[in-house]
Design a protein around this ligand. Structure first.
Ligand code: NAD
Ligand code: DAU
Length: 381
């Protein structure tokens, strides 16, 4: 099987209780939370978790609704949670960001809005610099101005990626929080730059910031340009599965809801100014993961074993394709007690089932129907 490295989690250390954290001043009590990119894959899970877990918070989901933003991801939240509000907007629009901080008394930010797909960054690097670097900068500036008189109790949480650390070549090595940045794609370069701006605002202006760097996420609601949902959809339609290069590249996969739980933990209990790596010690070579997906999807679709094996099609490699990512999340585990809730086998089956049970969601995206709907609703899309 394809699981090529699992290092044992360290023994759990004594985790401070909630009361102890409050006394230590480490449990934050923000109430008006701006979540950017909440209509996207990870953001929608974070919005749902926060709206349901903290009914006394007001959750503002700011999203530009690019091709990757889909309010369908949050229709249950919009229907059930009175503490939820959607704001259509672009993080690059500084005046709009200023108005949002003023109007809603924002005291906490969880910043996820970004261009997120490596292949798109290779085709159009400027779009990535615009949103990921300049957009983050305008959000930082708006926060800094709004909180200038009193930074106490405020927090700017920046959600980043393990890709900023570059590509691992030595077996058994991991990214830790002190690993030097070495981004290799326009996407990871733009995320690295945004991370630097966040820390610079912490250092220079005293903005209370925290950063997390997470490994590859999988789960429901991921846009079907990324490996896992793309391949599930293609298996469903009997279409080729384009494996880049030799399929030997390694990614470290984490269930999206476990990422959302980690964000919740760090947002409330993480130390200001710190960085936390998030990952589940769950590395897979792409080709092994693809074989598991084929086997599971064929079983769930009622196909005979091996039915979709022939769909595997080796194609030209991604330019500058990073060989291996692997996150060491020991700090998050030991300091704040977080650990993944799902084993990969359970998570991947749940995920494949979700896409097969939600074919309308996939079809709306692949047909572009959801984009046309928002264009009518909000214009200029
Ligand atoms: P996604 O592409 O699914 O969603 C991004 C969201 O941001 C979309 O809803 C989009 O409409 C919105 N957006 C884009 N540009 C915007 C702008 N200018 N103003 C306002 N909103 C805008 O991305 P995702 O996979 O959910 O990733 C979310 C964040 O997590 C990103 O910052 C990404 O770098 C980071 N991250 C992702 C992964 C992963 O595996 N997907 C892993 C680690 C970190
Ligand atoms: O590591 C975290 C990052 O994970 C996030 O920061 C990014 O936002 C997210 O997109 C993801 O980046 P990857 O490039 O690792 O994900 P992607 O799903 O695009 O590709 C996963 C692996 O599969 C990668 O090695 C490339 C390969 N691949 C991908 C696609 C889309 C293929 O072989 N064929 C494909 O068609």
């Amino acid at each position: 099987m394809g699981l090529i490295a699992t290092i044992g989690k360290k023994e759990k250390k004594e985790i401070p209780s909630l009361d102890e954290l409050i006394v230590m001043g480490n449990y934050k009590t923000m109430r008006n939370i701006l979540i950017t990119g909440g209509a996207g894959f990870i953001g929608s899970h974070v919005v749902r978790l926060f709206c349901r877990t903290y009914p006394d918070y007001r959750i503002y989901n700011l999203d530009k609704l690019t091709y990757a933003g889909n309010l369908e991801n949050l229709k249950d939240v919009a229907a059930e949670c009175p503490n939820y509000r959607f704001i259509k907007g672009d993080i690059c629009d500084l005046d709009h960001m200023r108005r949002i901080f003023g109007e809603y008394g924002i005291d906490g930010v969880i910043h996820l809005a970004a261009e997120s797909h490596v292949d798109r960054s290779i085709r159009d690097p400027f779009a990535f610099a615009q949103t990921n670097v300049l957009g983050t900068l305008s959000l930082l500036q708006a926060a800094r101005e709004a909180w200038a008189d009193d930074m106490e109790g405020k927090l700017f949480y920046h959600v980043s990626t393990d890709e900023v650390y570059g590509s691992l070549h030595e077996p058994g090595t991991f990214f830790v929080e002190t690993t030097s940045y070495d981004p290799q794609s326009p996407y990871s370069a733009s995320k690295a730059s945004s991370d630097h701006f966040v820390r610079a605002f912490g250092n220079t202006y005293g903005l209370p910031v925290v950063v997390s760097n997470c490994s590859n996420n999988y789960g429901p609601n991921q846009f079907p340009e990324k490996l896992i949902p793309l391949f599930i959809n293609n298996i469903r339609h009997g279409k080729p599965l384009p494996v880049y290069g030799t399929g030997e590249n390694v990614r470290d996969w984490l269930y999206v809801i476990d990422h959302a739980r980690a964000i919740d933990t760090i947002f409330h209990r993480g130390r200001v100014g710190e960085t936390y790596n998030i990952g589940g010690f769950n590395e897979w070579r792409n080709i092994d993961l693809i074989r598991v997906m084929i086997r599971t999807a064929d079983r769930l679709l009622g196909n005979p074993e091996g039915h979709s094996d022939g769909l595997i099609t080796y194609v030209q490699d991604r330019a500058g394709h990073d060989l291996r990512y692997a996150i060491d999340s020991t700090k998050l585990h030991e300091e704040l007690g977080w650990e993944p809730s799902l084993q990969f086998e359970e998570g991947i089956e749940k995920t494949i089932r979700w896409y097969l049970d939600n074919q309308e969601w996939l079809d709306n995206i692949t047909s572009g129907a959801y984009e046309r709907y928002y264009a009518e609703m909000y214009g200029n899309k």
